[in-house]
Design a protein around this ligand. Structure first.
Ligand SMILES: NC(=O)c1ccc[n+]([C@@H]2O[C@H](COP(=O)([O-])OP(=O)(O)OC[C@H]3O[C@@H](n4cnc5c(N)ncnc54)[C@H](OP(=O)(O)O)[C@@H]3O)[C@@H](O)[C@H]2O)c1
Length: 313
């Protein structure tokens, strides 16, 4: 089968398009998926670059990619929730025990898979798992966002941010988001009430007393967000544990989120999609053979929403 693998860490030159990679074998609790589409997340290029070596013990070569959408072609021992032919989506990154999703076939833990949303294509479904679950876990479970509340979403044009804006809108929140100049129109169309151009303005000079901050950018942006929150407000960061001293000083709750792409969250995400509340924003679709270009687009140009790899027609 075709698969995109790496045998060493580095820039995009290390990506190898293998024509005859071996089909993954199933471990207990896994399904084999004939893959129709994958999408790229920041973690995929961080893994390729070798940034995650200290946190993980994978041995190369590996197949890259995590998000997938396809059809079940084999069911492993101990799996009763899926049958051959089911249309599924989920996460099969090597770091969670999957076999990697930029490949014609993949092994995924059944616990990281779910029936795909019925109303969208495989490409749109593949754009959803990690970004969509990140948005819903942050807004619904950590922030518990309510109708009428004001939320600041950093990085509103990204994969996670573009879904978070739509979810916040469906809840009835007032949304302020930070983006670069070229992305202002994109986020307004998704439902943002205000967009702040982070290249020319300081968000903290325009905002105060917000109920929540959802931070998909990290670094100094996280620290600069504390003063805009009201007392008792919540900040959730996708990039590690926020500074707890600042949380105490400003009397807010600060959470570092580790997204759980499990079946329960994926089922809930599929319902949000099928009810029309959120829609994956697919900026560009590449073929498997173009994965280097796709990674370059993701890392250097930055899509509005998501980059998808189409694997099967
Ligand atoms: N903890 C977890 O479990 C978990 C799960 C999923 C994702 N993540 C992390 O969350 C982050 C976001 O993920 P993603 O998939 O949404 O990434 P993404 O698609 O690259 O989106 C990030 C967005 O932020 C924008 N940006 C950069 N600097 C900014 C700034 N100072 N202010 C406002 N926007 C800025 C980027 O565009 P421009 O630079 O072009 O403006 C881009 O649109 C990644 O670092 C990812 O690794 C963590």
């Amino acid at each position: 089968m075709k698969a995109v693998q790496i045998s060493s860490y580095g820039e995009n030159e290390v990506l190898e398009i293998k024509e005859n990679a071996s089909q993954p074998s199933l471990k207990k609790g896994q399904i084999l998926v004939e893959n129709y589409a994958a999408s790229i997340n920041a973690i995929d290029w961080k893994l390729r670059a070798g940034y995650l070596q200290k946190m993980t013990s994978v041995s190369l070569p590996i197949t890259l990619g995590g998000d997938f959408a396809g059809k079940v072609s084999q069911v492993g021992e101990g799996v009763s929730e899926f049958k051959i032919g089911d249309e599924v989506y989920g996460q099969a990154i090597i770091l969670n025990g999957g076999s990697g999703s930029i490949a014609e076939f993949l092994a995924a833990n059944s616990t990281n898979s779910a029936l795909k949303p019925k109303t969208v294509s495989f490409e749109e479904a593949a754009a959803l798992p990690l970004a969509g679950v990140s948005a819903l876990q942050a807004l619904e479970e950590h922030i518990k966002l309510k109708n009428g509340q004001k939320i600041l979403i950093h990085g509103g044009a990204g994969g996670v941010g573009s879904l978070a804006i739509q979810l916040a809108k469906s809840i009835g929140a007032y949304i302020v988001t930070t983006v670069k100049t070229q992305d202002m129109g994109f986020v307004k169309n998704l439902g943002a009430d205000e967009a702040i151009d982070y290249k020319t303005q300081k968000f903290e000079e325009h905002l105060k007393e917000v109920d929540a901050v959802f931070d998909t950018v990290g670094g100094e942006v996280t620290d600069r967000s504390f003063p805009v929150l009201k007392k008792g407000g919540v900040i959730v960061s996708m990039l590690g544990q926020p500074n707890q001293e600042l949380a105490q000083r400003y009397e807010v709750i600060a959470i570092g989120q580790g997204t759980q792409t499990d079946t329960t969250h994926l089922n809930h995400l599929a319902k949000l999609v099928d009810s029309g509340k959120i829609k994956a924003q697919v900026d560009k679709v590449f073929y498997l053979e173009q994965t280097r270009e796709a990674f370059k687009y993701q890392e250097e140009i930055h899509p509005k929403g998501k980059v998808v790899i189409k694997i099967k027609e």
